[in-house]
Design a protein around this ligand. Structure first.
Ligand code: PLP
Ligand code: SF4
Length: 419
């Protein structure tokens, strides 16, 4: 079916229909976008998807949000449908699993990096696949450029995760993520939530799902799923455990009337919602866009929690934003609304230092684009590096990065200065 037919379909607001009509192979775009995109643009997009490390997954709801007249600059298109012509070479310091999550895992499926909290990877599926995903080593199906590390299904590792948590009472805070909880069945969500509620040391549980922003009808129409979330939230509250939903909006355009209804439903059901955004070049690296996003989220009682600098994973170099721009943006938006709705701008430091406030760098060399961070409460004595994207550096600096010896010298220089 072509996009204009999909949009007119009477089932458009049905989440199952949306899933069933989700694009999962690049070539499917030929039919759907047939009347919208000229062949060169379509070829550019399909080539981009073949080159990308994330597989394609986008539903009619999102396709309908894209302004196809100006698709090159469209903030939704940029997040899910890369063009080969806009992709640039990866930074030499980029690597998969940039955050080193596979080495911080005591049992498979659990990332324990911070002293008191852990990340539970319950699924490797999401309702959509974002180009800039930090877990591109794991999330989604294999692409032509990446064979993913396969996670066992949650049921296999569930008991060993629970017993590990029982034996590790210093973990009081769990993020249930993956992947995305929207891809869990209601029964799985309930089983995981209730399982975690049996562990006396756990005080906080967060379910991560982009569903609210990319498939809002899931919240309003999939009663079983939303009920499961509400039940866990209510049971948690009765036993003194805070249960919340952690979601992911990047642009005010994503806040549609369906999102409004879904957010309102969660608010009336007493489910707390927090948002994490990723700062993306050409999407939201603009004070006006970011300011509107933060204001709108606050008005929906979605707490704007974090704004992340994009992790340096391969294939998204053109979308990354440099530290200096991020600092300016933070300065520009702070004060627009109440302080408790002002997100913390952070870098999730490559190498596993965890999230650090962007302004807290030790050193920042504007020539090489390298900044350094320390994380005394997470990994004392270690230094973490963040590289600005190459497209923000001078031609000289870009040349230097391509020379392995000079690249190494730039790294050791800033390490020495920060010592
Ligand atoms: C982000 C993250 C958490 C949660 O951190 P908060 O700052 O509490 O939101 C926990 N574990 C890992 C590995 C993370 O990346
Ligand atoms: S929804 Fe989250 S986990 Fe899934 S692809 Fe997007 S960024 Fe990655």
């Amino acid at each position: 079916m072509r996009l204009h037919q999909l949009v007119k379909d009477i089932h458009f607001d049905d989440p199952i229909w949306q899933e069933r009509h989700t694009i999962t192979r690049p070539e499917q775009l030929r039919e759907v976008l047939d009347e919208i995109l000229r062949p060169p643009a379509l070829d550019d997009m399909i080539a981009g998807l073949h080159k990308a490390s994330m597989s394609v997954r986008i539903n009619p709801y999102l396709l309908d949000l894209i302004n196809w007249q100006d698709m090159e600059h469209d903030p939704i298109r940029k997040q899910f449908l890369p063009l080969a012509s806009e992709m640039t070479a990866s930074h030499p310091l980029q690597s998969f699993d940039a955050l080193d999550e596979t080495t911080d895992s005591p049992v498979e499926g659990l990332v324990h990096r911070y002293p008191d909290r852990a990340l539970l990877l319950v699924t490797d599926r999401c309702p959509v696949y974002c180009r800039f995903c930090t877990r591109s080593y794991n999330v989604g199906v294999d692409t032509r450029s990446v064979i993913k590390i396969r996670a066992q299904s949650i049921s296999h590792r569930w008991q060993s995760i629970l017993s590990h948590l029982h034996m590790t009472p210093r973990i009081v805070d769990i993020v249930v993520s993956g992947g995305d909880c929207a891809r869990l069945k209601a029964s799985q969500l309930l089983e995981i939530g209730r399982g975690l509620l049996t562990i006396p040391s756990i005080r906080r549980i967060r379910f991560a799902s982009k569903g609210l922003s990319v498939l809002p009808m899931k919240i309003t129409r999939d009663g079983a799923w939303t009920d499961a979330l509400t039940v866990v939230s209510d049971e948690g509250r009765r036993q003194g455990v805070e249960v919340s939903l952690q979601t992911h909006f990047n642009h005010p355009i994503e806040i549609t009337s369906s999102v409004l209804s879904a957010a309102n439903l969660l608010f009336t059901k007493g489910v707390m919602v927090r948002n994490q955004s990723v700062l993306l070049h050409g999407v939201n690296d603009d004070a006006n866009v970011l300011g509107r996003l933060i204001k709108h989220l606050g008005d929906l009682h979605i707490h704007p929690y974090y704004v992340y600098l994009c992790d340096p994973v391969p294939g998204i170099e053109d979308m990354r934003v440099d530290l200096a721009t991020a600092c300016q943006l933070e300065k520009a938006v702070r004060g627009l609304t109440t302080g408790y709705n002002m997100p913390a701008f952070v870098i999730d430091t490559p190498g596993g230092g965890g999230k650090r406030l962007i302004h807290s760098y030790e050193r920042y060399d504007r020539y090489s684009g390298l900044s350094t961070f320390t994380a005394p409460a997470v990994k004392a004595g270690r230094l973490f590096l963040y590289p600005d994207p190459l497209h923000t550096l001078s031609p000289d600096a870009r040349r230097d990065w391509l020379d392995p010896q000079r690249a190494k010298a730039m790294v050791t220089d800033i390490q020495r200065q920060s010592a």
